[in-house]
Design a protein around this ligand. Sequence first.
Ligand code: ZN
Length: 285
Amino acid sequence: MIRRHSRPSIRSRSVAEELLAASARRLLLETGMFTPPYDPWKVAEYLRIPIREVAMSASGVDGYVDYVDDWPAIVLNSDAPWMRRRFTLGHELAHALLMLRMKRDDGIKLGLKRYAHGTTPAVGSRSDPEEERLCDGFAAALLMPEGDVREYWRRRAITAQAIFECATFFEVSLFTACARSVKILPYSNASYWQRRPWPMTEWERGLSISRTVWDSLGEFVESVFAAYPQHSVTKSFDEFHLHADASVRGRDCLLLVVSRGTCESSQAVRPALSQKLTQEHLPGF
Ligand SMILES: [Zn+2]
């Protein structure tokens, strides 16, 4: 039998990812920032990348980076909330770093579409989803370095309230806190639910959850809303631990955190299960 060996493919995507993650770590060290919250403005200053803040709400744009005198310059939407501006700046800094790297043309081709035909993006070239993903990854690594996130969760149970506090601690949005935490902590999932229209998940990040479990999550969330004013509820379902907290963002939204039994942090949730959830608050559980 003849076996065909395909040539091992070198995924330039992962090279770009590595380069940006290493840059984020290096930049925090070089700017003397060792504890959260990290300041992306300080990084921009260090890189000598100018920032202009302009009201751009009408255009729906959070920020962009352009060349001014052959050097990247960032424009940020001054109307955007603080946490969002911080993340957007991190994201645009990654674009700027890629631009500078391509400008140097040091031979490392990162396989990004916008640079496919030269060292600067073609005028009017559309954004590349892969490049956008990389830039989001850089912003997350800059604002929530992996070591800090691990340290944060080392002694905490993954609950909705703890994720909310995590967002405050790192000065990031609830979405960023969830997305980054569940990426770093295996066996966890976070979803954000709206009460109306019902049932509706705004977003979900983490474990891929089976349809059966997902249906049960819906029922669970519905029960939590029905059980006002008892906002915060924890429940065990098969090997999953569920924790929902409607108080995280007002009465009509709810953050649900799911962790699997094997997750270290979920161990701490267990003792709370029997105490928190009572038949009188949530009949049927
Ligand atoms: Zn972008």
